[in-house]
Design a protein. Structure first.
Length: 258
């Protein structure tokens, strides 16, 4: 009998808030469940400040479920060219969270090449990015597919496909030549795997911040010059004698003393 690869299930916020306690308990029977630390923080924030009452109630239920669930918190991150923000493009909070969750799933795939990592999200763009990574031991599922899996005990076709890919080339489940995994360190918990953000990305953000400051100062200076010219033009039309007297008194245009 062929042994199946262990399954690691990583959840995005959209997937958690689309479930219920009975679903979460069912997911636990499919494999090891991981929640990125940024997702836990977001769910904690939404438990009393969500814009929708239903989302707030679900977030509270998950906060009650999680401590004794056996689910694991992770902050593993790994770099990949397609998971970097576009230079000069300002990301929304949701977009930044999505990139961190994708980096977390990719990092787990690199860290555990003999396990199949399944990212669960209701964001179609995230699932497309997972597909674009082309990693044999990493795939994406919408939460409805995961619900059907635990209720029917029949693996989705995409999961079977990636398991077959892993069996055909077990030594190359994740390709470290496309990206490198960042180092991790404990943060006081055996379940927490911590990695720093890509240093290049942090430096890039600092450089963009410096450029933005100078651009802002230059823009303000240009606005002041334009405003001064406009005021002078109006003054010269409304009070030409007063303006002419003021203009001649300026050091740069006044008549030189003989």
């Amino acid at each position: 009998m062929t042994l199946l690869a262990p399954t690691l299930i990583v959840f995005d916020t959209t997937a958690l808030l689309a479930g219920a306690p009975r679903d979460w308990r069912g997911f636990s029977r499919l494999g090891e469940c991981y929640v990125p630390e940024v997702v836990l923080e977001q769910v904690g924030f939404m438990s009393d400040r969500a814009s929708e009452p239903e989302a707030e109630a679900t977030a509270r239920e998950f906060n009650r479920f999680y401590p004794n669930s056996g689910w694991k918190k992770t902050n593993t991150l790994a770099e990949h060219p397609t998971l970097k923000p576009t230079p000069g493009h300002t990301l929304s909070k949701r977009a930044r969270l999505s990139l961190e969750v994708l980096g977390c799933a990719y990092g787990l795939a690199l860290r555990y090449p003999s396990s199949l990592v399944v990212l669960v999200a209701n964001d179609q763009a995230m699932l497309q990015k997972v597909l674009g990574l082309q990693v044999k031991n990493l795939c994406g599922l919408p939460v409805t597919a995961l619900q059907q899996w635990h209720r029917s005990q029949r693996r989705p076709q995409v999961v079977n496909h990636h398991l077959q890919l892993m069996r055909s080339s077990p030594a190359a489940s994740a390709n470290p030549t496309n990206a490198r995994s960042l180092p991790t360190a404990n943060r006081g918990s055996a379940q927490a795997e911590v990695a720093s953000f890509p240093l290049a990305y942090q430096a890039q953000r600092r450089r963009r911040g410096g450029r933005s400051l100078w651009i802002g100062l230059l823009s303000n200076l240009v606005s002041l010059v334009v405003l001064a010219i406009a005021v002078a033009a109006i003054w010269s039309v409304v009070r030409p004698d007063s303006f002419k007297q003021f203009w001649q008194q300026l050091p740069v245009v006044g008549n030189p003393k003989k």
